[in-house]
Ligand binder design. Sequence first.
Ligand code: CA
Length: 362
Amino acid sequence: MKRRQFVKHASALPLAAGLISSTPAANAALLPEFKWKMVTTWPRNFPGLGMGANYLANLIDQMSGGRLKISIYGANELVAPLDVFDAVAEGRAQMGHGAAFYWKDTIRAAQFFAAVPFGMTAQEMNAWLYQGEGMELWQELYDPYGIVPHACGNTGVQMGGWFNREINSSADLQGLKIRIPGLGGEVFKRLGAEPVLLPGDEIFHALEQGEIDAAEWAAPYNDVALGLYKAAKYYYYPGWHEPGTTIECLINKDALAQLPKDLKAIVKSAMRVANQEMLAELTAKNNRALQHLLNVHKVQLCKFPDEVLSQLKLASISVLQEELEKDPRAIKIFESYDRFRQQAAAWHDLSELAYMQARDLT
Ligand code: CA
């Protein structure tokens, strides 16, 4: 009798005090809730990139049972597309979604965490970030700005871009005004071109109006969305300048510190999932979009001549060397990056590359 009374008492007490409920949902309701803003460099709902931001926010909402809700702001809705880094650093938004080369005027060495000409592919980059020193170096670089970065998507190898004239030799790059961000732009400059940095939503107008002669954006699925095929007819490959561009999620360090442990783990895991999901989506959709461009819009597909690629590669080596002089923080990052690239490439030469060549044999 006594024991039965005790059991009854013990189970009734917390319920009566309102501390514990019998349903998990009601328990979650007692935990603190957070509302964050995420600013992005992409137009709202932009295929692939903007949708990647949506995917991340939805995933965090679901995984946290609604305890961390993230409102997304597309380009220019809260801040200008290239001000995302500053907005997160200053706490005007808790989160940002973009790519590290967009902030090169603030933090030059950041470019190595977006894309390096003739550098690592998506698979190699993720291996460096998660299994090498990449993530640690990236976080160390952004720490003085009060930002914690994470990989949150990858485009895979991009296209070389849209040109309104043919590129038959490196001499044709002289005076070419081309929209291209990051280190690829510096390489083009070395060969006499004039690189211009424009956010995605300004590219079509500039190309159509003849303010620029060429523009690179991403790969077919994303490029169709910008309508670039209506503004230039030659579509060049390969994307030597962006062989596996990492899309970046920025988190304000103070905002992250306020989250309880489980939400921190949810945010981190959701970014890993979003990183993988974007690459899968673009791999699935790029060729379909390319066929549409070729068959319906009669776009002319062109490969950069080997001479042009050789010159670009040669120029890339000296551009990377100069970057290390311009921003000493890049030295340690590039040493680690290049060491990892060499060993990954050695393996991939006799795995991925040899296999793809074998697959293409007739
Ligand atoms: Ca690009």
